[in-house]
Design a binder for this molecule. Sequence first.
Ligand SMILES: Cc1ncc(COP(=O)(O)O)c(C=O)c1O
Length: 394
Amino acid sequence: MINETYKEMLGKKSVIRSLSEFATKRGTEIGYDNVFDYSLGNPSVPVTENFTKVMINLLQHENPMALHGYSPTLGNPAFKEAVASSLNRRFAMSYKPTHIFPTSGAAGAIAHALRAVTKEGDEVIVFAPFFPEYIPYITGTGAKIKVVKADTKAFQINFEEFEKALTSNVKAVFINSPNNPTGIVYSEETIKKLADILRDKSKEYGFDIYLISDEPYREIVFDGKTCPYPSKYYDYTLSCYSFSKSLSLPGERIGYVAVNPAIPEAETIVAMCGQISRGTGHNCPASIIQQAVAKVIDETSDLSVYERNMNILYDELTSLGFEVVRPGGTFYIFPKALEDDAVAFSQKALKYDLVLVPADSFACPGYFRMAYCIDTEKVERSLDALRKFVKTEY
Ligand SMILES: Cc1ncc(COP(=O)(O)O)c(C=O)c1O
């Protein structure tokens, strides 16, 4: 007999994927250049030339057995060392390589982090709006997802609702800053307040509540700012990172879990991740990618295009009367739709070849997401369509 749970999931296709498929199909009719596809969060800038050189050099000169062989269960030592020292340098942390576990992107990191600190039936808090994949990420472990309503004023944390939700059944709290879909970066004040509440409640309940910090957009921050590093503020933090967005490597599946060294069992948690891999079959990423990334650890692709695109869209959206909080990072913007039903709003936008994602599946109805990881020239061309759409329909 086949598994009914996964069979049922087939009927719940991702809205983002469906819209992206629509855009591709429409592209075959009018040319993809004429479809203003703001659906998918796929990086639009290439990897650095240096990364390509490093890969070529590895392929030409490295021992093929080491390059294409299995990596150690707990990861390539050079990768772990490079990650630990980069985090220590940048955020004044004290990671050792033994606190780092390489994974297949952020998705892999989250799969390990969740299983390491929760068990079946535990509750995990997420803050709306959130990346819809959090539902399978969390429920797939047997844990239960508990959603805290959005703070739609600033898209920081709705602390009133959070404190109500933080009962003794909650074993982990999930955050994502810079955030998909809002583009908001949590302020230091938000992170400090969150950390204080977690410390107080951990004391009250007699166990440590874990913070799982999903950080694939950590490097995409605007206005010359940096994103506060949550693990600096709360010891019981597992930081889940990915090179998918910062180095434009989503297809290579490379990321890591960094376990805060202040956790008494930090090294045990990393060792447990090796055991979790055995059960999920989600073993270490390819040796060649771990070796290559170790050599370019502090490099990013040219991320400036995202800030340029954000500014163009933010200015246009506000001048058209949209209610929107200015993103501090990522390549997403999250305006309020011009009618209550964001699904209907997004359907109407399709008539103008504008592909906008309604935020119902992000647990924030009435809003929509634009993923502006596309060429600036296309963003500029889309403005006419946006104006025409708003003026004609509203
Ligand atoms: C918020 C968030 N978390 C996790 C992921 C998964 O990232 P990865 O491709 O590194 O697995 C994504 C991908 O878009 C994301 O937006």
